[in-house]
Design a protein around this ligand. Structure first.
Ligand SMILES: [Zn+2]
Length: 471
């Protein structure tokens, strides 16, 4: 498999640190609000990588942290060392404790992942449970001369790390002429970032440390949790493109200075999801959540299909029209698989001829080639649509061998272990379809968003069952 590495700006062959194994770290949610579809796209891309690694036979270990101490600012250039704690702010607003807020939104995040059929990480460590490890790393960084303490605050000295800027291109040289950054009176260099912050009196979340009663800087938690659970060097680190700077650049600096080893072999980033050509963000008010999607009559799997239909490194402009198209494509796959299941049962007795009507393994081979090329899911999906097209033609002409129902189904299932699409109906299919049609008919009458394509009929022909779209 070749994968685009943000660090080297090229596609590289994946060579695992430990043969047969792959380690992954994904920056998880900051739990003070609902996840939006842009976040979901980024987690779905990490899920696709994980699923494809498993498909290839790697034993994958994936860690996704939960940021339950949220001193972030909206500003893209924020160093995470000013501004109020977002978890505490939400707690105040909703009249709950910070812990209640964090647990509520963490549970909601996990529910969204479940609905999207994103495989749960092997472990979801919480930042608040790892402050001890963070303090240990900060102590070592101070000891090695990569950090300094002023007034109970500890900062990372970016000039002490020659490789600073290697991921984002924001070297100190480039930053000098670039954007302004929030200044902190205790910093030696404006680009130094906070490792530990002396908490103001009104700050709710704070811990004892050798320097002050305070709280950790934003970036340090990921270094603490990734080294704790995955070791000093990990294979993959994923996130959204807005994580590249300063967050991931800071993670590299502090972790490599702490361990003296390479931190991450492959840095992978999903591009932004746009809305009407603009970046989705809370401040612009153009955010959609999964409940918003469902409200419009679409399913989490429609959204999954939409995201798989565009490459993770290309910008995707979200629209209801594109979601409608994804819904139709999913329907096509759904009908195909239902037919294979129904006909596999119907022709169970008729098997015996060894004739093969389709080169089924050829499709799976091409699927693998597409995925090997930097997880090209749109190409992989188009190969599936081509496979369905050939099946439909052969089937309509009576040239499809009953022998192939089972084979086609098992190859599809293998490919779908990577797509992760949850399809409708397995048992009692004819009734299920009839019910489905009735339900959708009703839904169409009630909802503003009509989906006439959902009306399907089931025909029993001598070639086998055929699901037809009604128009
Ligand atoms: Zn992180």
């Amino acid at each position: 498999m070749k994968i685009y590495n943000t660090l080297t700006k090229q596609k590289e062959l994946f060579e695992p640190t430990n043969p047969g194994k792959a380690s992954m770290y994904t920056c998880g949610p900051t739990v003070y609000g609902f996840v939006h579809v842009g976040n979901i796209r980024s987690y779905l891309f990490a899920d696709t990588l994980r699923r494809y690694l498993a498909y290839q036979g790697y034993e994958v270990k994936m860690i996704k942290n939960v940021t339950d101490v949220g001193h972030l600012t909206e500003d893209d250039l924020a160093q995470g060392d000013s501004g109020e704690d977002k978890v505490a702010k939400a707690a105040k607003k909703e009249k709950k404790t910070p812990e209640e807020i964090a647990r509520f939104y963490e549970a909601d995040f996990k529910e969204v992942e479940k609905e999207m059929n994103i495989l749960p990480a092997h472990y979801f460590p919480r930042a608040t449970a790892h402050v001890g490890q963070m303090i240990k790393i900060i102590e070592k960084l101070l000891e090695k001369g990569h950090a300094y303490e002023v007034n109970g605050n500890v900062f990372f000295d970016v000039t002490s790390f020659a490789d600073y800027g290697k991921l984002s291109g924001n070297t100190l040289e480039n930053l000098k002429v670039g954007a302004r950054v929030e200044e902190h009176p205790d910093k030696k260099n404006p680009w130094d970032f906070a490792l530990w912050i002396n908490a103001p009196k009104e700050h709710v979340l704070k811990w004892e440390s050798p320097w002050s009663l305070g709280y950790p800087g934003w970036h340090i938690e990921c270094s603490a949790m990734s080294t704790e659970y995955l070791g000093n060097t990990i294979d993959f680190h994923t996130g959204g493109e807005d994580n590249i700077f300063p967050h991931h650049e800071a993670e590299i600096a502090q972790t490599e200075c702490y361990t003296g080893q390479k931190f991450v072999k492959y840095w992978l980033h999903a591009r932004h999801l746009l809305m009407g050509g603009e970046k989705m963000s809370k401040s612009k008010g153009n955010l959609f959540t999964l409940p918003d999607i469902k409200e419009k009559g679409f399913s989490p799997m429609d959204l999954r299909t939409l995201f798989l239909s565009s490459h993770y490194r290309s910008q995707l402009d979200f629209s209801w029209e594109s979601l409608e198209q994804a819904h139709k494509n999913l329907q096509k796959i759904n009908d195909f698989v239902l037919e294979l299941e129904l006909n596999g049962k119907k022709f169970e007795q008729a098997l015996g001829s060894l004739a093969q009507s389709m080169d089924i393994s050829g499709y799976e081979k091409r699927f693998g080639e597409a995925m090997d090329d930097d997880l090209n899911t749109p190409l992989a999906l188009s190969i599936v649509y081509e496979m369905i097209g050939e099946y439909n033609r052969l089937h309509a002409d009576g040239n499809f061998s009953p022998e192939d129902y089972g084979k086609l189904l098992s190859h599809w299932k293998k490919m779908n272990s990577v797509f992760g699409l949850v399809l409708q109906g397995q048992a009692e299919i004819p009734e299920e379809i009839r019910k489905l049609i009735a339900d959708r008919e009703q839904a169409r009458k009630e909802k503003d968003f009509a989906k006439s394509d959902d009306l399907r009929s089931l025909e029993d022909t001598k070639e086998g069952y055929k699901i037809k779209q009604k128009d």
